[in-house]
Write a protein that binds this ligand. Sequence first.
Ligand code: ADP
Ligand code: ZN
Ligand code: ZN
Length: 821
Amino acid sequence: MDRERKKPPDSLFEVAVMAALPHPLTYRFPASLPVSPGQRVLVPLATRKAMGIVLGPASKLAPGIEVRDALRALDPEPALPAELVRLGIWISDYYLAPPGEVFRAMLPLRQETRRARQVRLTEEGRSKLQELTASQPEESDQDAALLAYLDRRPDASFEILQSKFPDACRRALEQKWMSIEEVNKGRSRRQVFAVRLAGPLPEHLPRLSPVAKRIIEALEHQGPAEDHRPLLVAVRAQLANLRKLGEAGLIALSEAGWRGASSGLRERDAPATAGETPAPQLTCAQTAVLADLFPRLDSGSFGVVLLHGVTGSGKTEIYLHLIAHCLERGRSAIMLVPEIALTPAMQSLFFSRFGDKVALLHSGLTERERDDAWWRVRHGQAKVVLGTRSAVFAPVVNLGVVIVDEEHDSSYKQDETPRYHGRDVAVVRAQYAGALALLGSATPSLESYWNAREGKYQLLKLEDRIGGRKLASVDVVDMRQEFRETHTQMPLSRKLKEEIDAQLRASAQTMLLLNRRGYSWFLLCRSCGETQRCVNCSVSLTYHRREHRLSCHYCGYSMAVPALCPACGSEYLHYVGEGTEKIEHKFAELFPGARVARLDRDVARRRGEFLRVLQDFRQGKIDVLVGTQLIAKGHDFPGVTLVGVVSADIGLGLPDFRAAERTFQLVTQVAGRAGRGDAPGRVLVQTFYPEHYAIRLAADQNYAGFFSKEMGFRRMMHYPPITALANIVAQHPKLERAAQVAEMIGKFFTKVESQFPAIKVLGPGPAPLAKVERRYRIQFLLKSNSRANLHALLKQLVQHATQSGIQPRDVMIDVDPVKLM
Ligand code: ADP
Ligand code: ZN
Ligand code: ZN
């Protein structure tokens, strides 16, 4: 080989570096480091190293631009197949998300091996520390701090030490007080800590950071954690936060060992009820739908089918047959559900039909479990993936069908960067794979139904419930009239109370929906009118009785309930409004002896309890289940004959164009939980707006009527699916900076206005939630008749923001927003 020869140009590759950069970066890969697209690599980024995904060969760079060499490959084979690299690039482009962050979300894996430089105290260091602690001379504060730190953490990483104690580090190395060792942190050596509260919490807690509060609260609610890692994920904290609390004596960390190689499937996810549900004989309607679907699957070309099937029409059986058919043809399947914690029944169905071909992918898994499941899928050992939103990225081999159950559900939209919609990504994924996308719902989103109307999707219907069962009959209770007649503000109307009484006498089961967790909405001072607000967000704190604390449903901040109004000192503090916890609590007074349980996100956090409640309810050990929308989704409890909607209105007043759609879906879905067994079901909907079309049409379970009414409104107001929408929020912890960023964005929009006549810019104005997690938020809403135009404008915006020195995190861009709050 001629050493003088120039490197071939194809050794330049574009890499999506896992950092908040708007574009991929180009790196040089020496001949000794052959890579291919989809491979994970380590690259230099400024003064540090970062992980990245190789996207493909780079185009020629302008002369004079310096290209750095990549360091090494992290896996011998590409982690992502080409199809998913392409999908990631599409997401980054469509949602204007930094490519690195997209791939981080797509590839929730740990690094296979990590080289770390560990530092230890030497003998000299130890005696120096003793000397320093004894004498405490001022100027060597840093040295003492460094050595004391090392003494506490024998395996501290050099990088961290260097950033904490730059000068002392140099001295300590020169003086040989510490030594550095290169270690390979392999997959099999990951330390696990057990975490618990050190003792009863002191009356007066020291000032705690929000993170620290979340940790303490989680431990208070859930009890000790055997493994610190899921805890960290749940409370969005780092190991360092735990250590700090440990040092403060509030919690105790103990080594629970090192987690080793494969643990396989978790017992708790294994088929608890395997074999309990043999496949039933298909009905004519089901057979007809499948007869339409099978050829589409076999054709091997892309297509989207919307399955509009009323609640209880047997959609699940369609999914299972389609997946089985897929497997017979040697292809794989992905099925997305809105919330896996909600569907233990779905899991056992999957395991009993498909056994060990199934892999679960959802956020409730530990890192280890997710890694295992992911690689089983990647290597083609698991061909059926059941999971939540991010399972759309499962690296299945030869995808045949991707199913999105309850496709209308808003939890498919991710509310942090990358803000993708799982359903829409599923469709693109199917397109790239030449697969079938099947979207199912009893209350399809307006977008999907519109697409079906327009002929983009094929529409299939299941119009009747299984076994000739009737849809539940729905009555509306006018709460205004109730108030006029009783002059009391009771959460349960007389009629609902009567019906519940009758249910209890007949030993029949009831579900009560109230879409608000906690005990009271907020705490109001009757003297001065102040409510207790979150310190980080512009919302009132919700009272939670079990913990006797006020807490924020946006950021998790919580505080003790004050005895006196902090603003005026008055003692007349009043709890306003009711949440699920209050209904559950009051129930015991109203119906002594009734067995009542609650299901909402507070309960769902305690996984064991959550599963127990579901199981007890199924087995008839609970008479009345009170819950939020969590109880409205997809469950199949044959014993439920009455569903009460305590307040159908909570969502209707929100400043969000989807409020009516969401209310319609919620009421229809929860009504769908009644009468799924042999006895017919009844539904009572309490509302202050009985004539609102969302309520009226949900009561009639009239989807077509709702669709045309709501489309009229969307058309008139220029909202999706008629127009394309993007939400832009300037956000910053300092109000002045948020305003400044908003002003820059506003000016930019004015400047390019003439270029984009099809786009309407609304704003700037304060976002409906003017402050969230300590950031002030100023909002723009863009409506466009042309998606291409909107996309072009947003691209320019990103470029402009980068050039103007606006940090990526200071501008939130939400394409196809689902919530405008
Ligand atoms: P959906 O998801 O459409 O609301 P499900 O799939 O939960 O409805 O089905 C409703 C009920 O009907 C379930 O209990 C299911 O086991 C049952 N079921 C589905 N298909 C059949 C069938 N062909 N024969 C008998 N029962 C069925
Ligand atoms: Zn007051
Ligand atoms: Zn908050």
